[in-house]
Design a protein around this ligand. Structure first.
Ligand SMILES: [Zn+2]
Length: 485
């Protein structure tokens, strides 16, 4: 049995959960993103902020959940240097709290086997992240001092708890990846930011107690940690032992889980409803704002791409990169050949960006839609071979996305239509033969044009279709120029 608790920071919510400090503290000097509220100073009162609550409600809807009429916050007491109030504000139902999701079903895609599956969501709590402790050499046991940075204190966090429906390590990883992508489409989370999410896994084998593995920090480690823990528990059972209930810590560097402590009972946290915070009703303008965030989902983008004839690899490559997905949706209406567009954006542009060390997820790394639309049109008309786009133009656009095509188009790759028309006019006989149905005449004309172009790199296949098109458009007038007999 495998169930997960996924903690995701609402990094893009704008503010912390109960004060106006920033939700994304990365890159700021320690203890500069703080105020009396998130430092827990006496007399400071928390005020639920609109951004985090709206994103949490939108996330709940997007993950297939039932919403409560109101969210109700509770206090979870524990004493730790990174928790200045000595309690964390969360939404524990056992103490009359109301989480932002009352249960639901989330559908996700495993792109490896292209299989849609679903997992039941037990609940989603909206809560605050604590600050961050760090230690000198020797770690928590050996360091002579503890340093605390409160920049993270109060950052909105979704705790997403699933039922134990997951089928194995690979399935758990696919679910977490699709869930993070879904939240990224809402605009709530940038999952690539350091520390944006962490996962705890509850794992048990038949006849054994449930073991909680904490501190899993990447989707790859979700798969590794579960695989390790299933093997470890399996071996205990195999040798006639019994798996005891415990909490373990995932050590990513060594690839093992280690015992951490015996699980506290929930009562030890002394939960109470938070007397400073009245319930926040979920309805009206707040619900309308949340619904407006649901405009686009990865599932819809995938369906559009499959309809357009993209391969599954191309479709997943584009849909899993929201900035490229948006570029695809903005340009597909202008492309007659949508498969060409999918290949250009999902395979070759993304590859060029990665080779150039640019971030394909950042909209600033991408060329404007007009550049992409023109490139696709030029390839479609045979004005430029795709190999030149892939080998020459996309690598240059990856480095300088705002460059104009005029700057980037190599002289030799551009095939001048007027030059071809000159050749056709000089080869009137062959043009007439071709119009009379002699296919071979076209080969002859392609040869003449290539000869005229000299050593320029052109794709003969593209050139052939370009010449055929020009004869179709202008052949009759060329052939009839001096009258025929
Ligand atoms: Zn603050």
């Amino acid at each position: 049995m495998i169930g997960l608790e996924i903690h995701v920071q609402l990094t893009e919510a704008g503010t912390k959960l109960f004060c106006g400090c920033k939700s994304n503290y990365r890159g700021l000097p320690a203890n500069t993103n703080v105020c009396p509220v998130c430092l827990g100073q006496p007399g400071a009162l928390p005020v639920p902020q609109e951004g985090p609550v709206v994103y949490a409600v939108a996330a709940s809807l997007q993950l297939g959940c039932r919403l409560p009429p109101a969210v109700v916050f509770t206090r979870k007491h524990y004493f730790y240097p990174d928790l200045p109030k000595n309690y964390q504000i969360t939404e524990y139902e056992g103490a009359h709290g109301a989480p932002v999701c009352l249960g639901g079903t989330f559908k996700y895609l495993d792109p490896a086997g292209w299989e849609w599956r679903s997992v039941r969501i037990r609940r989603i709590n909206l809560e605050e992240d604590p600050g961050r402790s760090s230690y000198l050499r020797g770690g928590i046991l050996g360091s002579p001092v503890v340093m605390v940075d409160y920049n993270r204190s109060g950052v909105p966090l979704l705790e997403i708890v699933t039922e134990p429906d997951l089928r194995g390590p690979r399935d758990a990883r696919a679910m977490v990846e699709y869930l993070l992508l879904t939240l990224e489409y809402l605009g709530a989370v940038n999952p690539r930011l350091e520390g944006a999410f962490r996962v705890d896994a509850n794992i048990s084998v038949p006849g054994g107690e449930r073991v909680e593995v904490k501190n899993i920090g990447s989707t790859l480690d979700v798969e590794r940690a579960i695989r390790y823990e299933l093997l470890r528990q399996g071996k205990i059972v195999e040798h006639g032992g019994r798996v005891e209930r415990e909490t373990r810590h995932w050590d990513s560097a060594r690839g093992v889980t280690r015992p951490l402590r015996h699980k506290e009972e929930e009562e030890e946290y002394l939960y109470i409803p938070d007397p400073d915070l009245p319930p926040v009703p979920i309805g009206g303008a707040l619900l309308a704002k949340a619904r407006r965030l649901l405009a686009l989902t990865p599932g819809e983008v995938l369906a559009t791409l499959e309809e357009d004839g993209a391969t599954r690899e191309q479709a997943w490559s584009i849909a899993s990169t929201p900035s490229i997905a948006r570029l695809y949706l903005e340009t597909r209406g202008h492309a007659a050949d949508k498969r060409l567009l999918a290949r250009l954006l999902g395979v070759d542009l993304k590859g060029a960006l990665q080779r150039a060390g640019r971030d394909p997820y950042s909209p600033g790394s991408l060329p404007p839609p007009t550049t992409i639309t023109r490139l696709v049109a030029m390839v479609e008309k045979g004005e430029i071979p795709y190999d030149t786009v892939k080998g020459l133009i996309l690598p240059r656009l990856a480095v300088n996305p705002s460059a104009s095509l005029e700057e980037l188009l190599p002289e030799k790759a551009r095939v001048d239509e007027s030059l071809i028309l000159e050749v056709l006019a000089a080869e009137r006989g062959a043009v007439c033969d071709y119009l009379d149905g002699e296919e071979k005449a076209l080969n002859y004309l392609v040869g003449r044009v290539i000869r005229r172009l000299g050593r320029r790199a052109v794709d003969p296949r593209r050139l052939r279709s370009l010449i055929a098109r020009l004869i179709e458009e202008r052949g009759a007038s060329i052939c009839g120029m001096e009258g025929r007999d």
